[in-house]
Design a protein around this ligand. Structure first.
Ligand SMILES: *Cc1c(COP(=O)(O)O)cnc(C)c1O
Length: 614
């Protein structure tokens, strides 16, 4: 089976394989995603489903630790390697609880960027595993950090600016021991690349300049807190696709570390290189973005730090990383069904040809009757041109609505038939040439705003492929429409470097599910409740020792009432008003009133995604 389909060999990281035309987990028993989804839907669940795969979280964590372990060994490196997971990437319990459990043997910690995240970390972090705290801090957040230290957590508060340092010094006087460690975020002149590069560089939002660093050291010495200064930190941006900017940042940070040690920061022993390790989202070779491997990344970090430490004659620093996207992205797959193909409604039965038709309609009917392999491309192009003319004639009043409808139907039938004919091997390259003109719109039961917000906001591409029929050639060039009533709710594709071909299915006769892959990082919490479509139903797929799988923790998407309650509506008020309105309606039959009240009650307590088909 062709594992290059839909670029699976580019973005898939061997997590999935195609067998018998279906996407399957690449594990001992190779369960197909469609079977998993069917099993979940057998419990009466409809609408989109977010599948979580903890074994893929584990794979990434093991990948990071083993690559750095190997790099340390190869380079004879004395500093330790440590990692924390930045909670902002995914704070959902269905993810975090597995992450923490999987991370236990590695002493994998958590990174927090707000009060809420820090309190979450204090509750769930593997005790004694590191906690780092970044982001802007007020006195309260600093106090929470001190409480964490007093509770016995290994916590480092990273200072983003001098005023935060002053607040820490003040707090230290007021509170008990043990105290948290202090980190300083350094402002590098090197920056990342790509759409998230803003976190680095001299104009970045965060970090201390060289001048401020010197001042910070003096403040710490004066306050008797220099022993607590243990870490410097930088983060040059997310999804860093090129290794060179990182190398520059590592060199710069390594030198700052050595200089600060020389200036009397005697307990400074760690460099926290932040996140940014990228993943491949691309489905074609032409658009592939990432130009390095984790092996290379780990080697560069260890090698550069060692070289600088040796040349400046300081201890080799402990390494901390805060990669989030790399750990979380692949663990979640959104599965949603196709509800409709836009042109599905154009069937032969709907044609209502007259005794005498306008010449263009007669011509279209002729094309449809006589289309075959040798003329398919030509007839198709003619049909599209004729449709343009028919629309012009309609505007001028020369053809009527029935003619126009006949034209639409015939053109779509010609498209469908020619695509079918051109879909075979010999003609396929011709089909590719015209795919932009004959694109089919697939209406899919999901909200792009809720489930792929980075596509909406940043045009970040996510791998998309059907879960079934992979042993049949997909011939319809597609664009995807979500169910929000917002015209931004479309994922369009182009023939040049980013085509999507889907199958021509009759969704009234068979289910057709699409998988949206690599959605485990950032998408869930950034997701917006536009049109009040909320976080989809989720389920966790656990692999058992014997290789089989088990579906756990099915969490159904919120009910309409719960959504409204989240928005601070008084839901009993809503129910009361609806009740009263039914009471005072013109219905006279009490039974009818009871019946529709009952119906409304069911709708209010169910989730808002579409049900009838998908
Ligand atoms: C966002 C963030 C991260 C995580 O970045 P990824 O690109 O997801 O690895 C790490 N550290 C800090 C300080 C961050 O702000």
């Amino acid at each position: 089976m062709n594992s290059n389909l839909y670029g699976l060999n580019i973005w898939g990281n061997s997590n999935f394989i195609i067998e018998d035309g279906e996407v399957c987990l690449n594990t001992d028993f190779k369960p197909s995603l469609i079977d998993i989804v069917k099993e979940i839907r057998n419990d009466g669940i409809k609408g989109p489903i977010l599948l979580r795969f903890p074994h893929l979280i584990k794979k990434q964590i093991v990948d990071i630790y083993s690559n750095f372990e190997r790099a340390r060994k190869d380079n004879d490196y004395n500093g330790t390697f440590n990692a924390v997971f930045p909670l902002k990437v995914n704070q959902y319990p269905g993810f975090v609880k597995h992450l923490v459990e999987i991370g236990k043997p590695f002493n994998y910690g958590l990174e927090a960027g707000s009060k809420a995240e820090l309190l979450l970390a204090m509750a769930y972090n593997n005790f004694k595993a590191p906690i780092t705290v970044n982001g802007f801090k007020d006195k309260e957040l600093i106090n929470i950090g001190f409480i964490a230290a007093e509770m016995g957590h290994d916590i480092t508060l990273t200072i983003e600016g001098l005023s935060e340092l002053e607040a820490i010094i003040e707090t230290a006087k007021e509170r008990f021991t043990p105290k948290p460690n202090i980190g300083l975020r350094i402002r590098l002149h090197s920056s990342g690349s790509g759409i998230w590069e803003k976190s680095g560089g001299i104009n970045s939002k965060f970090g201390l300049t060289a001048t401020e660093l010197i001042e910070a050291i003096n403040l710490l010495k004066d306050a008797g807190l220099i022993e607590k200064f243990t870490m410097i930190h930088f983060h040059i941006g997310s999804q860093i696709n090129e290794i060179n900017p990182l190398k520059k940042a590592l060199t710069e940070a390594g030198n700052i570390y050595a200089e600060l040690r020389k200036m009397g920061a005697k307990n400074l022993r760690a460099i926290n290189i932040g996140g940014g390790l990228s993943v491949e989202y691309s489905q074609t070779k032409e658009t592939a973005e990432k130009n390095y491997t984790l092996r290379e990344y780990a080697n560069d970090v260890v090698f550069l730090f060692k070289t600088i430490a040796e040349s400046k004659n300081v201890a080799q620093p402990d390494i901390f990383i805060e990669s989030g996207r790399y750990v979380a992205a692949s663990h979640a797959v959104l599965v949603a069904s196709v509800l409709e193909l836009f042109s599905q409604e154009y069937t032969e039965e709907k044609l209502s040809l007259k005794g005498e038709n306008p010449p263009l309609i007669t011509e279209l009917a002729y094309l449809y009757e006589n289309i075959k392999s040798s003329n398919a491309l030509e007839y198709l192009n003619d049909a599209i041109a004729h449709m343009e003319s028919i629309l012009t004639l309609f505007d001028l009043g020369y053809v009527d609505l029935i003619d126009r409808s006949n034209g639409e139907i015939l053109v779509h039938l010609i498209i469908k038939k020619s695509v079918e004919i051109l879909g075979n091997k010999l003609n396929y390259s011709n089909l590719l040439k015209i795919q932009d003109e004959v694109q089919e719109r697939y209406l899919v039961n999901f909200s792009l705003f809720q489930s792929l917000p980075d596509f909406w906001g940043l045009k970040q591409h996510f791998p998309i492929m059907p879960l079934t029929k992979l042993d049949e050639r997909a011939t319809r060039s597609a664009s995807i429409w979500d169910i929000t009533c917002d015209s931004d709710g479309e994922i369009s594709f182009n023939s040049v470097n980013n085509p999507l071909f889907l199958h021509d299915v009759d969704v009234e006769k068979e289910d057709y599910f699409l998988g949206f892959f690599m959605v485990g990082a950032y998408q869930e919490v950034l997701g917006m409740d536009h049109n009040l479509f909320v976080h989809p139903t989720e389920a966790t797929i656990m692999l058992k020792e014997d290789g089989s799988f088990e579906i756990k923790d099915i969490l159904e998407s919120q009910s309409v009432l719960d959504i409204l309650e989240d928005m601070d509506y008084d839901v009993s008020d809503i129910q009361e008003i609806l009740n009263q309105r039914i009471e005072s309606s013109n219905l006279v039959d009490e039974k009818q009133k009871k019946h529709i009240l009952g119906e409304l009650y069911l709708f209010l307590n169910d989730n808002g995604y579409l049900k009838s088909f998908g």
